[in-house]
Design a protein around this ligand. Sequence first.
Ligand SMILES: Nc1ncnc2c1ncn2[C@@H]1O[C@H](COP(=O)(O)OP(=O)(O)O)[C@@H](O)[C@H]1O
Ligand SMILES: [Mg+2]
Length: 387
Amino acid sequence: MRMSRLVAPTLREEPAEAEVPSHKLMLRAGMIRKVAAGIYNLLPLGHLVISKVAQIVREEMVRSGAQEVFMPALQPKELWEESDRWGVYGKELFRIKDRHDREFCLGPTHEEIITPLVSDAINSYKQLPVTLFQIQTKFRDEIRPRFGIMRGREFMMKDAYSFHPSNKSLDKEYKNMFETYCRIFDRMGLKYKAIKADPGAIGGGFSEEFMVLADTGEEELSPGVRGIEVGHIFKLGTKYSEKMKATFLDEKNQEKPFIMGCYGIGIGRTAAAAIEQGFDKDGIVWPIAIAPYKVAIVPVNSLEKEQIKLAEELYAGLQAVEPLLDDRDMRVGAKLKDIDLIGIPLKIIIGPRGLKEGNVEIKVRASGEVIMVPIAEAKKKVEELLK
Ligand SMILES: Nc1ncnc2c1ncn2[C@@H]1O[C@H](COP(=O)(O)OP(=O)(O)O)[C@@H](O)[C@H]1O
Ligand SMILES: [Mg+2]
C-alpha cells in the first residue's frame, strides 16, 4: 500500500472522548471513527487488523475440527420464546418490529438459531459430535458502551456451538476448544490467563473466561492483576435443547436432548486488548501476527530520485510481507511519527548517508533496535526479523 493513498486520518492530539490507551490510539492512528455510542466505522487499518484477528481465529477453529457457518443477525421472537429468553434477556436485547408488526431481535448470541438448525440437520448419535462456528456481527444494547470497540453495541464475535450425545463427548470438545483458544491467543502473541467464571445470561453449568492481562482491564483477577475478557467458553448441557425440543436418537433408538457447549471470542475486543498490552509513548506496538502492515519503507527525502527508486524496488520485492511505501511528500520526522503511531513492526529508512555506503537502516518498532544492512541484504533481513 502506498501511504499517499491510504485513508488513515491520524491525529496528533489526544482525543478527549477516549479513556483507555487502545481507544485513544485507534482513534489517533485513524483506525476507527465513532458513528454513535458503541457503534464504529472501521477504516482501512482497523479493518485490516480485525480481519487478521478473525483469520487466525478461523484457521484455528477449522484446525480444531469445527465447521464455519453464517447465521442471520435478525432473529424472530418465537425462537426466543421457545428458549424462554425473550422475557428474561432484558434491555440489552435490541427488539424491533417488521412492517407486519412481527417482533424480532438483533442477535446478541445465537443459541436460539443454532439449536433448531442442528436439530433439523442431525437425527442420529452416529452424526455426533459436531461443532459449528461463525464470525458475525452481534448486537447488545450495553448500558455503558465504552472504550471504543472494546465494549460496543454492535461488534464482531466468533461464536461456536458444539452438540454431543454424552457428557463425556462434551468434556472432550470443551478441552479441545480450551486448547484451541490457547493456540489462538498464543499466535497473536498475547499474555492471557483462563479463569473460572459466572455463566451469566448464556447459562449452563460450567464456564471459563480467557483474560488478556492489562492494567486497564475491567476485571480484577487477583490482587493487582487486571484482565480484559476476550473469550468465554461454556458447558451448556441441555439448557437449550430441552426447552427447544432439540433431540437425536441414541444407540437404543431413544430420543435424547443434545448436550451442548458454546464458545465465544470478541474479535474487535481482542484487537483492542492487543493494544492495551502493546503500546508506548509514540503509539501502538502491534504483535507481528496482527499488524495491519508489517514493514514501512521510508525514503528520507521524497524528492531524491535515487531514494525513491530504491524504495520502489524494495516495495516491489517485499510484496509478500505486506509492505507500506511512504511516498508522501512530507518531512521525514512527520512520516516516521505516523508510522510509529500506527505501530508498523519494521521500518526501512533510506537516507543519503547510508545510500552513499550502499546501506539502509532497519528499525524495529518494539525494541527500538537499529540495524544497518547492505541494500542487497535488506529483503532477507526483513523476512528474518518477521519470522
Ligand atoms: N459489548 C461488547 N463489545 C465487544 N466485545 C464483546 C462485547 N460483549 C462481549 N464481547 C466479547 O464476546 C465474548 C463472548 O461474549 P459473552 O461471554 O457472551 O459476553 P459477556 O461476558 O459480556 O456476557 C466476550 O468474551 C467478549 O470478548
Ligand atoms: Mg462472558
